[in-house]
Design a protein around this ligand. Structure first.
Ligand SMILES: O=C(O)CCC(=O)C(=O)O
Length: 274
């Protein structure tokens, strides 16, 4: 068992995030990156833009990360022993691209209520100041804040959701070595800058692990059972991938990503890239 100890749990609860936590070996990182890059080569449209979501449904290596027992032990410490996975996102920043993520709170637009959920950001490359690592505003998870929707160029968020006036001197960079992860609270304000390095920055984000009591209030979301028992049956349960880029799994991913688009753009007349 690799449950969080009481100091780690306290830090997560006080600060709104916890990092770094060692999860994957170098081999596991390489296998996952290789599988992402193979999908990008063979089926580029299946893993980019509005299809960057839920790649674990077509990639056994990413699926193995989602169901990694060490990772789930840490998640269990936060949300309890019955755990569902309601989605993943690949946040990839290529060198010489202007991609950034504006400061935002996930809980503002993801539609998961109550906030008995946690997001795991798994580094498949090193992630640091130079290549645009995650930046957290500690203790900002107390309440939901106002967001502007900027739909700005280069913003990797769907609507360019932005919390203004985040105090620079309070923000902390979360530097990770490939194979480590951070865990963040649904209401923590976070964002990231552009990649100024010569390699890709790849974050595989399990967004999110939810307790079985959590509902999707903006639309529909199927889930995988990661651990324990689903006593509430709020969501349709989907299976783990049968094989890499399997036809049936590709169709399930397409359907799930359409549900997500419906959630992300609900009530919006504009549509962004993602
Ligand atoms: O990968 C990034 O830079 C941002 C990711 C993010 O916003 C998230 O995991 O919620």
């Amino acid at each position: 068992m690799a449950n969080l100890n009481s100091n780690q749990l306290k830090e997560y609860q006080d600060q709104g995030y916890l990092a770094p936590i060692d999860i994957l070996s170098k081999e596991e990182v390489k296998e996952a990156r290789d599988e992402i890059e193979l999908i990008e080569k063979e089926m580029p449209d299946e893993i980019d833009k509005s299809e960057r979501y839920n790649a674990h449904l077509i990639s056994p290596k990413l699926d193995a990360i989602v169901h990694n027992s060490k990772l789930l032990d840490a998640v269990e410490s936060i949300i309890g022993k019955n755990i569902l996975v309601c989605g993943t996102t690949l946040f990839i920043k290529n060198p010489n691209q202007e991609g950034f993520v504006s400061y935002h709170q996930d809980a503002k637009y993801i539609g998961l209520e109550p906030h008995n959920w946690v997001t795991a950001w798994v580094a498949l490359t090193d992630s640091n100041e130079e290549n645009g690592c995650m930046k957290m505003w500690p203790k900002s998870h107390i309440e939901i804040k106002d967001h502007d929707e900027k739909f700005n160029e280069g913003n990797l968020l769907t609507r360019g959701q932005t919390v203004n006036d985040v105090p620079d001197d309070e923000v902390k960079s979360v530097e990770l070595v490939a194979g480590q992860m951070s865990l963040h609270h649904p209401r923590i304000v976070h964002g990231s800058g552009i990649n100024k390095s010569n390699d890709r920055r790849i974050g595989f984000v399990i967004q999110s692990y939810i307790g079985t009591n959590v509902k999707q209030v903006l639309g529909k979301n199927s889930v995988q059972l990661a651990r324990g028992v689903d006593e509430f049956h709020h969501h349709e349960i989907i299976q783990r991938p049968k094989s890499l880029m399997n036809k049936e799994d590709l169709m399930i991913k397409k359907r799930e990503n359409q549900y997500l688009q419906d959630i992300f753009y609900k009530g919006s007349e504009k549509k962004g890239t993602y």
